[in-house]
Design a protein around this ligand. Structure first.
Ligand code: HEM
Length: 530
């Protein structure tokens, strides 16, 4: 009997396995032995040609910790997917995210968001020319000179947050309220961004709740985006359905539903000449395409405003929550910071709510914010870029054109090479009293807001929000972490080093999707005598 006949006599399932192996074998052998990245260390799946490692850990919401483990095991250069290399050195940062250079472009990873919303936004646009046009058109909405106007829009949210805390403390037994700071910081950041980008907050602070599961929708979208990014070329309709199922309901479409009506109403008011409010939405609607001079249409404005919500809400809320999570565990810093804030109020430098221009002068406060963003960078995904035409040398090794390369801020910021022996610790004093040279070296490896042409355009807005709300809350209230036993926790907490933490001593749970989310940060809040 010939070999073909013998094979045909095998059970059909075995025949299918053999056919699949015959097709896949050359593919895996190529990736293992012949691919230009073959020989680089990394997870086996990458060597076999499968993007399983990043996808699986995005799905499990533990991407940053898994990546940190790979680097601890293999060193500063790791092949994490068939065509994706992760680095952890200052030299790689300088090459990949060089300032003033558009050589290394964003990869298809970002296109997953285009697939979701139909067209690119300022954040997800991978084309350097249309991105440059968008960035120029939107520059005035983010300009430093406009910040004072935006600060006025955010102020009612700070007042409302304080009122709600006063109410909760007033109603609590012994005037000590257990408040989930992660939830309330999320409400604050989302309402603030709503005021800026949609002309009105989303009423989370007013209601103290999220009846339409809007925040869950944003969080599920962030999970979706982190998984989908690694599969972009394969994002067929069935794959999208499966990803949607994996990331859960509701999806990001709740954002579109909640925001469309606001944009339409503002367009009508704008046409009738009834808009005198100076917020980002005014700028977004009036923005003109730099080349054609034409205004963007309502769909474009909606996408731009949604991208402000996507990029500017969870990031700020994560930063605020992480700040409290670290502060309550560091008594000495808390004491010093409280003194700095109280003295500023006594001198009359700060008033309620705190002004950005004054808060920015508080040295320790600013150091605490910087340190929080260092150790807990709110964007948890690495920011992949394409090696340009002709290939390039990174970290002493040549990489061919179109290799995906990235540096994870989370992993880089925790290396001793970047931040010294105590890199894994929250130590705000590291940012104080630096000579110019050391400060520049630390900034060189500080990727919290990204770097280069695609650096965060909303950095000043978010620092304004954070600098207003923190001294205001810390002046009015005392925050303590009261150890809780396991039965009081919704889930076993994970500390920011990724390990399952002792529930009694860890104030939060963290997750790594697009954002390094903070959850379940319940603190005991009481009013201070001021
Ligand atoms: C603590 C708060 C924030 C952090 C840590 C943060 C971080 C970042 C990072 C790392 C990037 C670069 C992403 C990449 O290279 O792929 C980025 C981009 C961006 N951010 Fe932020 N962000 C924050 C707040 C905000 C706010 C409040 C806004 C809007 C009001 C905003 C709007 C944007 C936009 C539009 C981009 C895309 C810019 C471009 O590609 O030209 N961000 N952000």
């Amino acid at each position: 009997m010939g070999i073909t006949q013998r094979l045909l006599q095998l059970p059909i399932s075995l025949q299918l396995v053999l056919v699949a192996s015959a097709i896949l074998l050359p593919y895996t052998l190529y990736h293992f032995f012949l691919h230009p990245l073959a020989g680089l260390p990394g997870p086996l799946s990458a060597k076999l040609g499968l993007p399983l490692f990043p996808f699986l850990h995005a799905y499990r919401r533990d991407y940053v910790w898994a990546l940190a483990q790979q680097h601890a095991r293999y060193g500063p250069i790791v092949r994490i997917a068939p065509n994706h290399v992760s680095f952890t050195s200052a030299r790689a940062v300088e090459k990949i995210y060089a300032h003033g250079s558009a050589k290394y472009l964003k990869t298809d990873f970002y296109k997953s968001f285009q697939v979701y919303w139909g067209r690119p936004s300022l954040f997800s646009d991978v084309d350097p020319h249309s991105h440059a046009d968008r960035r120029r058109a939107m520059a005035s909405a983010y300009a430093m000179s406009y910040l004072v106007k935006l600060e006025e829009c955010v102020e009612p949210c700070v007042d409302l947050l304080v009122e709600q805390f006063e109410r909760m403390v007033g109603e609590a037994e012994k005037s000590k309220a257990s408040i989930d700071m992660a939830k309330w910081m999320h409400f604050f950041a989302m309402d603030a961004v709503g005021e800026l980008a949609f002309g009105r907050g989303f009423e989370f602070l007013e209601k103290g709740s999220d009846p339409n599961n809007f925040l869950l929708g944003v969080s599920n979208l962030s999970h979706w985006g982190s998984m989908a990014g690694f599969l972009t070329p394969l994002l067929s309709r069935p794959a999208r359905v499966v990803l949607k199922w994996l990331s859960g309901e509701p999806g990001g479409e709740v954002v579109g539903v909640a925001t469309r009506a606001r944009i339409d109403a503002r367009y009508k008011a704008e046409a009738a000449g009834l808009v005198d409010r100076q917020d980002m939405l005014t700028k977004i609607i009036r923005a003109k395409h730099p080349s054609t001079g034409r205004q963007y249409d309502a769909n474009d404005s909606l996408r731009t405003a949604i991208s402000v919500v996507g990029a500017g809400s969870d990031t700020t809320s994560v930063a605020l929550s992480a700040f409290f999570g670290y502060l309550v565990r560091n008594g000495k810093v808390y004491e010093d910071l409280q003194r700095e804030i109280d003295e500023a109020f006594e001198r009359g430098d700060l008033s309620l709510p705190a002004k950005y221009s004054k808060g920015v002068q508080l040295e320790l406060l600013q150091a605490c914010i910087k340190e929080t963003l260092r150790l807990h960078p709110p964007i948890s995904m690495s920011l992949p870029r394409l090696v340009p035409h002709g290939g390039d040398v990174i970290d002493g090794r040549f990489f061919p054109a179109n290799t995906n390369v990235s540096v994870s801020s989370f992993v880089l910021h925790r290396t001793k090479e970047a931040f010294g022996d105590d890199a894994a610790e929250w130590n705000p004093y590291r940012w104080i009293g630096l000579d110019e040279q050391t400060r520049r070296e630390m900034e060189r490896v500080n990727l919290s807001f990204g770097a280069g042409n695609r650096q965060c355009i909303g950095k000043n807005i978010s620092l304004m929000e954070i600098t207003k709300v923190l001294p205001t809350l810390l002046y009015r209230f005392r925050f303590d972490f009261v150890p809780r036993d396991r039965s009081q926790r919704r889930r076993v907490p994970r500390d920011s080093n990724g390990s399952e933490a002792e529930p009694a001593t860890t104030p939060w749970r963290t997750n790594s999707t697009w954002f390094l989310d903070v959850e379940d940060l319940v603190l005991e809040v009481s009013q201070r005598e001021v």
